[in-house]
Design a protein around this ligand. Structure first.
Ligand code: AMP
Ligand code: GLY
Length: 422
């Protein structure tokens, strides 16, 4: 089967690594890819992922039989609709279903209409009414802008003044509606499910570390590390999350005539009343995907193709009992301003341990050298029979990498391992 993988991050390198192991892979292309992905696929440059029509034509010309979409933006903007209209199967939801990530308001209304547990909310189209509501409810309280904000649209306000400032900021920068949510307390965990209409197949759990520095301090990032499984998401809590949150969502999407197909990533808050939905994403997490793939034992191409073509019900995935952890090696300064272009070496030494994989994110090939090319650059990933063993292997491997311009957190996994450094 000829396949095209879209994206250029560590998530896509992990997908490429696993897809390449499938016995049915024919020609394997990636757009735009990165040097890590190039170990498994032929990179195609020059077509932006937003150029849907050009992309569809390219796929037809190259006999592509499955497109695997890594990031959310092409899903939300309807690339899968275009591919399917041209008869090309794609892994990922159509635009009307990708709304579960693309519009927080859409998801909140869907939860309300279907009694899906989530934070209570109110929505406002002007700052004065929103501010009055915030003052009446009190803090802590959560303020959200609608739409794809790459993680920047959420303010967890500890005071009402902070919440009011966030509301005013959203309207001042052109927002037309805000969402004010009840503040939920509990531990957060991510649950991944493959969804094909009403068929829901659990596809692993993970927890990530969003803050830049040890002890969960510093600014929010796209994720500085993750591990799988999430021990806090017990079998019983996972069952409840599927039955009370994911399955009713899948049913509601079918009933609305916009069935979901792809991976549905549920961000959960494990509250004293049970799991509640924080948010949905319509793709794999980054760096969560990097810890799911090393634990997945089946044929990823078969599973993604079955999801894309309405045959998910026939699949029984196999998982390793091992734990996996990934440590993000980022450029100093990230998530703020940072340099690119510094040389990285020692990847082979790091990967000498057969339990270690280094997935590349923001990297670039410059002649024979590998150089940094972004904020999150490498994902040092390891497996082990326990999370502690995986963690020790990942950090031993990270020390073998020579990249003076980089930094990583030294406490990934602390919550699960109970060794808080804060
Ligand atoms: P994101 O949308 O991924 O930027 O996530 C926002 C983060 O804000 C979540 O991971 C939670 O930590 C937090 N958050 C969002 N909504 C709530 C809520 N209603 N109560 C408490 N924390 C929240
Ligand atoms: N690591 C969070 C995300 O992929 O959204």
């Amino acid at each position: 089967m000829n396949i095209l993988l879209l994206g250029s991050g560590g998530r896509e390198h992990a997908l490429a690594w696993k897809l390449a192991q499938s016995p049915s892979v024919g020609q394997f292309y990636a757009m735009p890819g990165n040097p890590g992905i190039a170990q498994h696929a032929e990179l195609i440059e020059g077509i932006p992922l937003s150029a849907h029509d050009t992309l569809v034509t390219w796929c037809k010309d190259h006999g592509i039989e499955l497109v695997v979409v890594g990031p959310e933006a092409p899903l939300v903007s309807g690339l899968v609709d275009k591919l399917e209209a041209a008869g090309i199967p794609a892994f990922g939801p159509r635009a009307a279903a990708a709304c579960l990530e693309g519009s927080k308001l859409f998801t909140k209304e869907l939860c309300k209409a279907n009694a899906i547990p989530t934070a209570a909310f109110a929505r406002f189209t002007n700052a004065a009414d929103a501010a009055a509501y915030v003052r009446a409810e009190g803090a802590p309280i959560v303020v959200k802008a609608d739409g794809l904000m790459a993680g920047k649209g959420v303010v967890v306000a500890l005071t009402t003044d902070e919440a009011v400032a966030a509301v005013e900021g959203i309207f001042a920068s052109g927002g037309t509606e805000v969402l004010i949510e009840e503040f939920m307390t509990g531990e957060e965990a991510s649950l991944f499910c493959l969804v094909d209409g009403e068929t829901v197949l659990p596809f692993g759990s993970a927890q990530d570390h969003k803050r830049a520095f040890d002890g969960d301090l510093g600014p929010n990032t796209g994720g500085m590390g993750a591990y799988s499984p999430a021990p806090v998401l017990t079998e019983e809590l996972e069952r409840r999350a599927i039955e009370e949150i994911v399955r009713p969502t899948a049913k509601a999407m079918v009933a609305a005539g916009t069935p979901y197909r792809g991976v549905l990533y549920a961000g959960l808050m494990l509250t004293s009343e049970g799991p509640k939905l924080v948010e949905y994403n319509c793709r794999f997490g980054d760096p969560e995907c990097q810890v799911l793939m090393p634990r997945f034992r089946g044929d990823l191409l078969e599973v993604l193709h079955a999801t894309a073509t309405g045959r998910l019900a026939q699949i029984t995935p196999q998982w390793s009992d091992d734990s996996a952890i990934t440590v993000v090696y980022a450029t100093r300064g990230y998530p703020g301003p940072h340099q690119v272009g510094s040389e990285i070496s020692g990847l082979d030494a790091a990967e000498a341990d057969e339990n270690v994989l280094v997935f590349q994110a923001g990297t670039k090939q410059k002649g024979t050298k590998l150089v940094s090319n972004g904020g999150r650059v490498l994902n040092i990933t390891a497996t082990g029979s326990s999370l502690g063993e995986a963690q020790a292997r990942a950090y031993a491997a990270a020390e073998k990498i020579n990249w003076p311009d980089g930094f990583y957190r030294t406490d990934i996994g602390w919550r699960a391992l109970g060794n808080a450094k804060a």
